[in-house]
Design a protein around this ligand. Structure first.
Ligand code: ATP
Length: 289
């Protein structure tokens, strides 16, 4: 088999606290990440070894050279397993907004690790793929594992959470303001944190029953929402339309709403569209192996 394709799912954070800064400059976090059905499509094809790693992407704003996360993941994969036959072409059909806090690049990278594992008949386990992936990005291991996880350390210490079937839909809207993750961390470091906010246990308690959490927390909202009017407006529209809850994902500026009621969901889609914002309805993706 010379070509393989897979879906690469986006993630949202149902809870995200940013803890201390480490000696290596990374921040420790405590988060609940949830994969959602909004996805890119990633295809890997074996080509002549002399061509090396080539990348194409339907989104012209995404780099296709060695800066692309899929290029970095493929290079690390080949190095790890001592593979010299490195001729592959990677095509990304992009649907996940870039720089939106949805791990769009990391999920493409994780998809490439899994596809190369199959294409080169390596049979590496999930832990090994996570070890390779974390060298490229903190969110790559979660994207390898998927489903719902508690993520600690820089995001690479994963505890999968087994859930009953999830009775809610997720509406995702990218307000069009891309945010650099390092810039968001810097802004957040300069701010005092609220003493009182929803805890990870609050969120776990709701999702353990298959319900959308009514209270969530993302520390980055403090640093990002006050100076991003569009993100604030999108969140307000989601809540006014009847979302059970709404929050920014990761370092933003994507806003998601959790809906139990299809009428409220339709109201939100229509109101967002009237205000000039696209939105995507998706579902939480359950754990898979
Ligand atoms: P996270 O939620 O993990 O912080 P994000 O969703 O905010 O990530 P990405 O979409 O992963 O951000 O993109 C961040 C940067 O990575 C952008 O500057 C983008 O150009 C670059 N990039 C590299 N490879 C990819 C890729 N395959 N898809 C999207 N962006 C990529």
């Amino acid at each position: 088999m010379h070509t393989l394709t897979t879906e690469a799912y986006a993630k949202i954070n149902l809870f995200l606290d940013v803890l201390d800064t480490r000696a290596d400059g990374y921040h420790n976090i405590k988060s609940i990440m949830q994969q959602v059905s909004l996805c890119d499509k990633v295809t890997v094809t074996k080509i002549d070894a002399e061509s090396g790693i080539t990348v194409t992407c339907t989104d012209p704003d995404v780099p296709t050279d060695e800066r692309n996360i899929v290029h970095k993941c493929a290079t690390r994969f080949f190095e790890h397993f001592g593979i010299t036959d490195r001729g592959i072409h990677i095509h990304i059909e992009k649907n996940i907004p870039s720089c939106g806090g949805l791990a769009g690049g990391s999920t493409d990278g994780a998809a490439v690790l899994k596809l190369l594992n199959e294409l080169y008949d390596i049979h590496a386990d999930r832990e090994t793929l996570c070890e390779i992936g974390v060298k490229v990005g903190a969110d790559v291991p979660f994207c390898v594992v998927g489903g719902t996880c508690i993520c600690e350390g820089i995001g690479e210490i994963l505890t999968p959470v087994k859930l009953p079937s999830l009775r809610y839909k997720v509406l995702i809207s990218f307000p069009g303001e891309g945010i650099s993750t390092p810039v968001a961390y810097k802004a957040l470091d300069a701010l005092p944190r609220p003493a009182d906010h929803a805890t990870i246990e609050d969120v776990l308690g709701s999702i353990a029953k298959g319900e959308p959490p009514r209270e969530m927390y993302n520390a980055f909202e403090l640093a990002v929402l006050p100076n991003h009017d569009k993100a604030r407006l999108v969140k307000k529209i989601m809540l006014d339309s009847g979302a059970v809850s709404s929050m920014m994902s990761g370092s933003g500026s994507t806003i998601f709403g959790l809906f139990e009621d299809d009428i409220a969901l339709d109201t939100a889609i229509t109101s967002l569209s009237s205000a000039g914002f696209d939105s995507h309805v998706c579902a939480p993706v359950p754990a898979h192996n």
